[in-house]
Design a protein around this ligand. Structure first.
Ligand code: GDP
Length: 453
């Protein structure tokens, strides 16, 4: 149990209609009561709100509403006071200073959530989901964080861990019998369990690729020859002038990253410098980087200039895209002024689409096709998705340790080595939900939160 009482502004800094200052700790209510003029807060029930003034000596600092949450019925499971004051940075500073003078201390980054975790409000994975939830800026990332915060992911991990613990104890029991040739843990059963575990863990590991794009956006490249209309398309999609539109081929030399939310999924656009062979040195760097970016992308939007490109170029581009093995969408641009043979050739390619970025024609159709190509509908079924790189790391290490157990079984290694590998897997799994923690791990996780969380 923490002995000190912490205080911080919990709403975002700056001017607002109201601001909320939060205290947590054994003295939270008494401290506030010292400077509060109104009812005696120490005599009020939990989950009640009280109007009054906060005073520094005889000076009234603000009129406030004070909400009381008495331990353990609060977010941190400690006494919590939330002071709603007027949203002026000056008032907020005055009030916090007043509370510091009464003996509170400024909260460190993430300290409220850390206390909630340490007091058993939720496990580590759920605590991390609180941060993700606050940062979620799209429907998909919100859904993944919400799912994790509500424990979906942790439950699965905990269940797997329980099964392993059972086996570990059986094997350790064997070790207690020393020289005697007893096997409490049937090796075939153990093998079966490990394989079950692996088939539960593998989809979680695989889901990270998806989880990562949900959380960070899908890296998307708009590619195509200079003048195909890449900047125009990006602008049309983003609805503002963020890329340089120019008639001069190859003027878009710098990558401009921007995000677009389509159907609740974030796409992170990387604008490119065009893909033609050129003698221009600066342009050459651009082309090399474009190819690099294409390989890094999870989605390529490839623009064909229906006004200017040839059928041969179209098929060469298609060939190249198919060889890259990255999801792509072939887009015929300049539909408004297309050469008829180009339009026909493009329309013969399944899955392609004709648009006109310049006249904003069929952009909605394009957005629908983009969502189809990345098909995130798998995600909507409510499967557990790993979005946290720390969890991914630990799952990956668990998998390796489990594979060591399997190899050990195949090579008939002794029980003590088996037990060691199993303990290793247990350790990695335990770190995900916080059943096993170190101060470093906690400090690392919670320092990424901001103050007041
Ligand atoms: P980028 O080099 O691929 O980025 O191409 P830009 O976006 O700079 O466009 C090159 C030229 O094509 C500009 O003059 C645009 O106005 C023009 N353009 C872009 N989209 C369309 C379109 O849909 N129809 C027509 N007719 N012209 C377009």
């Amino acid at each position: 149990m923490n002995q000190d009482t912490i205080v911080a502004l919990s709403t975002s800094p700056g001017i607002g209609a109201i601001a909320v200052i939060r205290l947590s700790g054994p003295e939270a209510i008494e401290l506030t009561n010292h400077v509060f003029h109104g009812k005696d807060l120490t005599k009020q029930e939990s989950h009640t709100i009280h109007f009054g003034t906060l005073r520094d000596g005889s000076k009234i600092v603000d009129e406030v509403l004070v909400s009381l949450f008495i331990a353990p019925r609060s977010f941190t499971r400690e006494n919590v006071v939330e002071i709603s004051c007027h949203g002026s940075p000056y008032i907020v500073r005055q009030i916090i200073q007043l509370l510091l003078k009464q003996g509170a201390r400024l909260a460190k980054a993430g300290e409220f959530t850390q206390r909630a975790f340490l007091n058993g409000q939720f496990d580590l994975a759920q605590a991390e989901a609180v941060a993700d939830l606050i940062n979620a800026d799209s429907e998909a990332s919100h859904r993944a964080a919400m799912n994790q915060m509500r424990g979906g992911f942790s439950d699965q991990i905990k269940a797997l861990r329980e099964e392993l613990i059972h086996f570990a104890s059986m094997i350790e029991l064997e070790l207690d019998f020393g020289e005697e040739d007893v096997e409490f843990a049937d090796r075939d059963d153990l093998k079966k369990l490990i394989n079950q575990l692996l088939s539960a863990i593998n989809p979680l590991i695989d889901s990270f690729a998806l989880g990562n794009v949900i959380k960070n956006g899908i890296p998307t490249v708009i590619a195509g020859k200079p003048n195909a209309g890449k900047s125009t398309l990006l602008n049309a999609l983003l609805n503002e002038e963020k890329a340089i539109v120019s008639n001069i081929p190859g003027t878009t030399r710098d990558f401009i990253e921007d995000e677009l939310n389509i159907g609740g999924v974030v796409f992170r656009f990387i604008d490119t410098a065009g893909l033609r062979d050129t003698e221009d040195t600066i342009e050459k760097i651009g082309v090399a980087r474009t190819e690099e970016q294409m390989k890094k992308a999870s989605l390529i939007l490839y623009l064909i200039d229906l006004e200017d490109d040839t059928v041969v170029e179209l098929h060469r581009a298609l060939n190249k895209l198919e060889n890259l093995g990255i999801p792509f969408l072939l887009i015929g641009n300049k539909g408004d002024s297309a050469k008829p043979e180009m339009r026909t050739a493009l329309e013969k390619i399944p899955g392609s689409i004709v648009i006109s970025a310049g006249t904003k024609e069929n952009l909605e159709g394009l957005k629908d096709r983009i969502l189809e190509v990345v098909h995130l509908e798998d995600f909507k079924t409510g499967d557990t998705i790993v979005t946290n790189v720390r969890h991914y790391d630990n799952l990956f290490k668990t998998k390796q340790a489990l594979q060591d157990v399997l190899n050990g079984l195949d090579n008939n290694i002794t029980g003590d080595f088996l037990a060691m590998d199993i303990r290793q897997s247990l350790h990695y799994l335990g770190e995900i939900t916080g059943e096993i923690t170190t101060d470093d791990l906690l400090a690392n996780i919670f320092s990424k939160f901001c103050i007041g969380k």
